[in-house]
Design a protein around this ligand. Structure first.
Ligand code: FES
Length: 102
């Protein structure tokens, strides 16, 4: 397991999400009240970029068809059909750097 720096805490304001490229994947970083979480950016329904959706507390809503995922765990929280959870990643913040453990 290794650590990859993916940005600065000042780059992602509270309540915002940002897509980053790390470990050959597109990963969404969410800032929820100063805590950072990371999940795969690609919606497991039809492939939308979830960072282009919306974030309300810890809930990411896909902008295409409205699937909801918990940014802390990647788990699907609401959708009419059964679709896969998102992979989630451990985030470590040191000084103002955001690292993913992959
Ligand atoms: S692509 Fe995300 S809900 Fe359909």
């Amino acid at each position: 397991m290794g650590r990859i720096i993916v940005g600065k805490t000042t780059d992602i304001l509270p309540g915002k999400m940002q897509k980053v490229a790390a470990d050959g994947k597109e990963i969404l970083i969410a800032n929820v009240d100063g805590k950072f979480y990371a999940v795969n950016d690609t919606c497991t329904h039809a492939g939308a970029s979830l960072s282009e959706g919306s974030l309300d507390g810890c809930t990411i809503t896909c902008g295409w068809h409205g699937a909801k995922f918990d940014c802390q765990t990647g788990k699907l929280s609401a959708f009419p059909a059964k679709i896969k959870d998102l992979q989630s990643y451990k985030v470590v913040v040191e000084s103002d750097n955001i690292f993913l453990e992959v």
